[in-house]
Structure formats: structure tokens, C-alpha cells
Design a binder for this molecule. Sequence first.
Ligand code: MN
Length: 231
Amino acid sequence: MSNFLFPPALPPSLPVLGSNRRFPVHRVYCVGRNFADHAREMGAETPLEVPVFFSKPADSLVIGGGDMAYPLATEDLHHEVELVVALCAGSRGPVDRKTATNMVFGHAVGVDLTRRDRQAEAKAGRLPWDVAKGFDRSAPISALTAFEDWRPSDQSIWMDVNGERRQSGKLDQMIHDAAAAVSALSRLFELRAGDLLFMGTPAGVGPLVPGDDWEAGIEGLPRLRGHILRD
Ligand code: MN
């Protein structure tokens, strides 16, 4: 018998394509402004030489997408389709690109849901981004595809809403690739097996409203689909 006051939550875990084993999630990190065209549409002029990071709680993941209620406290929910990198090894200190690549277990398609109105307030008031980015069910994510079956190069990445293409780009447009981003992240945090890194979104971000059907895709990875419920 444990002496926990109440049962601790199990970690969220992702299915792995072609396997009956699951990937237990530790932390969820995100890269901001990693596509120049998206940085421009958000009003940022110069690309960042060092990636900017924020995070979401691990329990904000929505594994496999599906139906979700429109979130609280926003009137401007936005979609951001992203490549997600999953780590199966950690580091206690900075790692170089080669080591970072060796720490990658595989990849998934994710959506960085954003309360854009709250983010605008945070930017204007120089306030933290948690309310804008780290809310409940803010991170739909697909199953993982192992690194030996798929690796990022110049594949297309897109987001459709109600059958219309909203976002479209290529993974080689990322300013910082996975190796560079993981290496930069390792200078700020002790990385652990189970960490996820959302890699940033191409241009075309826009609203999701009740009743919308959306589909997020990356060439060669499983599609991620969802629906925003009407009340
Ligand atoms: Mn994002």
C-alpha cells in the first residue's frame, strides 16, 4: 500500500505504430517562430538565431485527436500544425547535434492549439504565455512513428479545416531542425527519455470554431483529425 493521499495520475503515453508498446511522456516542450513565414505573419521581423522555447503540461496532450469542446477563456482559438520529436534518452547537460539525433525515438504530428487573444495580451503586457499555450487539451497528437521508419527531410506539412487547406509548408523550411532544437534545449533543461518537442508551425495559422472538422498531416506520418463540438 502506498501512502499517497489520492491515486497519482499515470503519465500520458503515446501509441507507437507497428508496436504494442507505448511511449510514456515526461515533458512537452515547444519551439516558437521556427518558420520564417509564420514569424512574419505574427509580426516578428528577423528570424531568431537561437530557438525560443515554451512548454505545455504533459496532461494537455489529446492522444489521437477526436472530438473536443471549445476551450474556456478564449474567443480566438488558433490551430498550429507541427512536427513533434520524441526523445528516448536524456542528458544532464548540453549535447551536440549528433548526440541530439541519437536521442530521438521517433516523430508524430501535433497541433499546438493557442488562445491567440490571450497570447496577444501576454505579448502586449510582457506576461507569461502559459494561459495562451498551456491550457487543457491544447496539444492534440498522433501516434509515434519510429526513427528507423521515418525521418524528417523536405516532407510537406499541412492543416485542413472543413476540407480547406489553411496551412502548408515543407519541413526543410524550419529555421532550426530537430537536432539543432534539441541541442539548444539541452542548454536550458535536463532532458529525459519521454520528452516531446513541438517544432513550430508554418504560415496560415487561423481560427477553429465550434462545428469545425480539422485534419493535420505530415507526408509519411499518420493523419491527425479532430472536431470542435458545438456546446
Ligand atoms: Mn506553435
